[in-house]
Design a binder for this molecule. Structure first.
Ligand code: WT7
Length: 659
């Protein structure tokens, strides 16, 4: 679903209302332009000013940007602070102590509220508890938890002690968990007995046991378990501890460990085009600065807002826009445990109404599935709910097609709320290209303009700027504070992936193709590498291929993406078995087996939507698989490209047929 194709379906530009502009944090285009100009004029001065105004430093920085070892940039690097102090203690001091920090909406609708004072105390107790177990600055923890207040407590407690956390999405398999435990060198795992989603319980602690049984996790000394359901779990005395027991008897006050600005706050694994997922390493100060600033800029956050981001803490959106950003600006936020369709398709709208949500941030996939659901069950159509509290609505994770944008704008935003379509990535730490709701004129399907200080551009393969209207590679020409610092344990891969020599070595390559229209608006066209975006989840085709070939029956596999109305892209796998090509009946069975296998190897999100079996794959004479052609046949289209370099053109016809 190329956004560019659909541009013509909606050519109106939606300007913010005068009332919105008047009260906005960035009021109007002139205010936006003034910030951009400041950044152009005095790049370092701009960032230094914002860092001083936004964060509390235990030791002020004197150096803003160190480019001496580019592309390993350092920001504010002689300064020191503590991230958890900035998210919690600061709110106790500035009058937010009794303000609700988190409204937890559980799967079954039970609500738990915690104030900043209570959250501070819980983080203090838990941090003291893990400190008593011997964990300290520089250690790494794995957090494998459901959406919960406890997950935020765990992340904040690690930040308080300078422990670098790596959150693993609860939907990832034991195998994925084991790989991350090993790669990051974790000594502590924080998990839950089970998670609850859509009325069902899903085990988490058992997956940790399974990961350990695969070996290589011997460095882990403790598994701390949040009791969510009370479901039965295996227990290793001495190693396993309940979260409430770790907190028991501990003081509410835990002295924050002040860390250098560049101290790694977290490592979050994400898919690349080759090999295993890469551990994206983020720093402390620059990351937090951007989390806080973008809360105010992109969402126009005010003290009275009730903000809700529906992402999971297992993804970067849940880091920046749940665990850190909202707390750093003293917001009241909803944390939601459940799924959009339980107990019915009105769950999001009902929850907005119930809590008087004012800022709502979700993914195009959710919007598209709820459009369908609203049509199918009129009782739970958004118009049945009072959504008048909303004032800003956002989108993240994949291109939003103009049709979905218009539905969101009209049905959820009531034609009144700016839609902020935020383009960013795990690597960027926070929003990069996005409308400012009180400034930017909106074009459905465009993420519009870069934030002040973000020097985004579109270049060709030599790094030259392309003309407006000509597509190319999306790059960022200057570093920014929240940027990825390196790939954990693999600085070479960091350089190669993001700062290729071809582009001069100091220009960040995002991995997306993009276009700019004559107003300078950015239109994201999707990935230029072998990374897929399925329901806003990032997946490497190579990852799925390696999972498939690990199955004893599989000789060879090639995986491509196919546009999908609901999930954006869908995974299509072409498989050559070690035995003869199966007939249709058998193929169905084997396909099912392989889909479950991939779910076990990676996680259910990676399951191929379709598997086709062939005697071979389309290869060049030198043996290279022509994925380009597979993308065409996956769509059910016939190949019109030149296939003269193919060794076995006849194979395309065989693979062209769906089961
Ligand atoms: C990739 C990053 C952004 C945090 C969650 C996903 C795609 C993301 C948009 C958008 C078009 C988007 C890009 C990007 N993407 N937001 N608003 N419009 N595409 O983070 O898992 O690191 O994925 O998601 O292709 O490269 P991620």
């Amino acid at each position: 679903m190329s956004t560019i194709d659909s541009v013509l379906t909606e050519t109106r530009v939606f300007q913010p209302s005068a009332d919105f502009v008047k009260q906005a944090n960035v009021p109007g285009m002139a205010a936006y332009q003034a910030l951009c100009d400041e950044a152009e004029r005095d790049f370092e001065g701009f960032w230094a000013r914002l860092a001083r105004e936004t964060l509390q430093w235990s030791k002020p920085f004197t150096r803003t940007l160190d480019e001496s070892n580019a592309p390993f940039y350092k920001w504010f690097d002689d300064g020191e602070l503590n991230v958890s102090y900035n998210c919690l203690d600061v709110n106790l001091a500035n009058g937010n102590a009794d303000k609700v920090a988190i409204i937890f909406e559980s799967d079954d609708g039970t609500v738990t509220r915690v104030t900043y004072r209570e959250l501070h105390a819980r983080v203090g107790r838990f941090a003291n508890g893990i400190k008593a177990l011997g964990y300290k600055k520089g250690d790494r923890s794995i957090i494998y938890m459901p959406m919960s207040i406890e997950a935020v407590v765990a992340m904040q407690a690690c930040a308080r002690l300078g422990i670098t956390h790596s959150v693993v999405f609860g939907g990832f398999s034991a195998k994925s968990l084991q790989e991350r435990i090993i790669d990051v060198g974790a000594t502590l795992v924080i998990t839950a007995d089970e998670q609850v989603r859509g009325g069902k319980t899903i085990p988490l602690k058992p997956a940790v046991e399974e990961a350990f049984a695969m070996g290589g996790c011997e460095a882990v000394r403790n598994v701390v378990v949040y009791r969510r359901t009370g479901g039965k779990v295996a227990w290793t005395e001495g190693r396993d501890l309940w979260m409430h027991d770790v907190e028991k008897g501990q003081s509410d006050q835990c002295e924050p460990v002040q860390v250098e600005a560049e101290h790694p706050l977290f490592v979050l694994y994400t898919s690349g085009s080759t090999g295993k997922p890469k551990g994206v390493q983020h720093a402390s100060a620059g990351y937090l600065l951007w989390a806080a600033l973008t809360m105010k800029w992109t969402f126009d956050l005010k003290p009275s807002d009730v903000y809700w981001c529906t992402a999971d803490v297992g993804w970067v959106t849940g880091h920046t826009y749940i665990a850190y950003g909202p707390l750093a600006v003293g917001a009241t936020q909803i944390v939601f445990e459940g799924v959009p369709t339980y107990p019915n398709a009105g769950r999001f709208w009902e929850t907005i109404q119930k809590h008087g949500c004012t800022i709502f941030y979700t993914a195009p996939t959710a919007i598209r599935s709820l459009i369908k659901a609203a049509e199918a069950s009129p009782d739970h159509h958004p118009k049945k709910y009072d959504l008048s509290s909303l004032r800003v609505i956002g989108s993240v994770g994949e291109p939003i097609n103009p049709e979905a944008w218009m539905w969101y704008y009209n049905n959820i935003g009531g034609g009144r709320c700016p839609v902020v379509d935020t383009w960013w990535q795990t690597e960027t730490g926070g929003h990069m290209i996005t409308p400012l709701p009180g400034a930017t004129g909106l074009k459905p399907g465009s993420c519009t303009l870069p934030l002040p200080g973000i020097m985004a551009a579109i270049v060709d393969e030599t790094g030259e700027d392309v003309e407006l209207g000509k597509g190319g590679f999306l790059v960022v020409k200057r570093p920014w504070p929240a940027m990825i610092r390196t790939i954990w344990g693999d600085p070479e891969r960091f350089k190669k992936s993001y700062y290729p020599e071809e582009l001069g070595g100091t220009c960040y390559l995002a991995g997306d193709g993009a276009n700019r229209d004559t107003d300078g608006y950015f239109w994201i066209m999707g990935r230029i590498d072998d990374v897929l975006n399925v329901s806003g989840h990032r997946l490497g085709t190579m990852e799925v291929e390696s999972a498939l070939v690990a199955h004893p029956m599989v000789a060879e596999a090639a995986v491509v993406g196919r546009p999908d109305d609901l999930t954006g892209e869908a995974v299509v796998a072409f498989v050559v078995l070690k035995r003869a090509r199966p007939d249709d009946a058998e193929a169905m069975e084997i396909a099912k087996e392989l889909r479950n296998w991939v779910a076990k190897e990676i996680g259910p999100i990676a399951k191929p939507k379709e598997i086709r079996f062939g005697d071979n794959l389309p290869k060049t004479r030198s043996g290279k698989i022509m994925r380009r052609l597979l993308r065409v046949v996956a769509k059910g289209e016939s190949v019109t490209q030149d296939v003269s370099t193919l060794e076995n053109p006849a194979i395309l016809e065989q693979l062209g047929k769906a089961l």
